[in-house]
Design a protein around this ligand. Sequence first.
Ligand code: 5GP
Ligand code: ZN
Length: 114
Amino acid sequence: MNDCIFCAIIKGDIPSRKIYEDTELLAFHDVNPQAPVHFLVIPKKHIRNIMELESGDSALLGRLLFKAQELAAALGCADRGARFVINCKSDGGQTVDHLHLHTLGGKPLGWPPG
Ligand code: 5GP
Ligand code: ZN
């Protein structure tokens, strides 16, 4: 996807504050944090959103969730927890069309969302 911001981050064409990287996943701090801890974990495979997941992606998504858990704990969220969010399409508030899991923590968060 030529015009995908997150694919550009994966390629290194757009700088980011990386937290973790392997052959399948990348984690980096959100550029506009909404909590003291706010990072994104993305698959390197360009999947547009959660509606476009395929059965063959299940292991990848499982790894992504566990990586978010591990990084959240490493960033101090193990005891008090965090929020793990995947926005999808317009009603879900998705603004970047490359699947990403938000992890927000470090303060109590309100619920429900507006
Ligand atoms: P969405 O609304 O699609 O669920 O979330 C997209 C997130 O990506 C937003 O929280 C936004 O701040 C973040 N974001 C957008 N562009 C960039 C960027 O270039 N670098 C980083 N690190 N985060 C970005
Ligand atoms: Zn992409």
